[in-house]
Design a protein around this ligand. Sequence first.
Ligand code: SF4
Ligand code: MG
Length: 330
Amino acid sequence: MIEASDLTKTYFSRRGLLGRPTAVHAVDGISLTVTQGTTLGIVGESGSGKSTTGRLLLGLETPSAGHVRFDGEPMPALETAAWRKYRARMQLVFQDPLAALDRRLAIGAQIGEPLTIHDVGTQAERRERVTTLLQAVGLRRDQENSYPHELSGGQRQRVVIARAIASDPQLLVCDEPVSALDVSIQAQVVNLLRDLQETRGITMVFISHDLKVVRNVSDRVAVMYLGRIVEEASSKEIFRAPLHPYTKALVSSVPVPGTALKDRIVLQGEPPNPAARPVGCAFHPRCAVAITRCRTETPALLPAAAGHSAACHLVHGGQPVTAVAETMPE
Ligand code: SF4
Ligand code: MG
């Protein structure tokens, strides 16, 4: 349904007035497929390129290289009529619901906005639709007259979600949708997104720095590190049998039953800096099991088991790494 191949986004940042522009590889040649009606979770620390990946998939940014295809069609050039049509089929929900909402407008009007813009139905039908949407996200009918500041953070994110699904999008990209919410509210909003995705058959990309948040909502999970996918598998396999040392560290920090790793693996060293990507395996300065080769040779993302890929020399048993980054298996 949505496919990215060799997707790359490079920024140039200049340090100081006379500094040379430095290339920052925010996203560095990733390939992924999200099958229609399923959810791909993308997990990584800040600076791993997950948000940029989401924006590239939505056509909000032009890739420096590589392609995105949606339903087999290539993404049209930014801001063209074809692009607006493409964009109309997808929606973004991000971290801060207050920033996404208009403080001066009642929430009913905001939820109905996409219907008005796209001229869907009569005014009465649109009002009816807003009521249905309020109910779908667990808000009361009379709350349509409330203003954003009268609602809690969790309720505001429900409003944003209602508005995002108002136009019946085929793809929903959620970028840290619950990170700004109280932990006690997070599960409710995640469950809401999962239910809406399931009942409406929406294809979803769910981005989070928190592996336990994506766990219950994702069919498949891609783990990103410094602009690349380092492991990709079904959500179940990622937790049951993580292969990449970075994923193992993430999984070991999640205190849930059914986690394969009993001992906590603490990540050492500095958090990743996209402007100073280590050569070889980008994870090697923090990897507890790195071998000499890891400092010079970049491991490719290769299948390690059915439907399970990893980019680590140890996983692939010291075989020569000649293959180019593999597209994720279906
Ligand atoms: Fe660690 Fe080497 Fe595997 Fe990278 S390739 S994760 S440094 S063992
Ligand atoms: Mg981000």
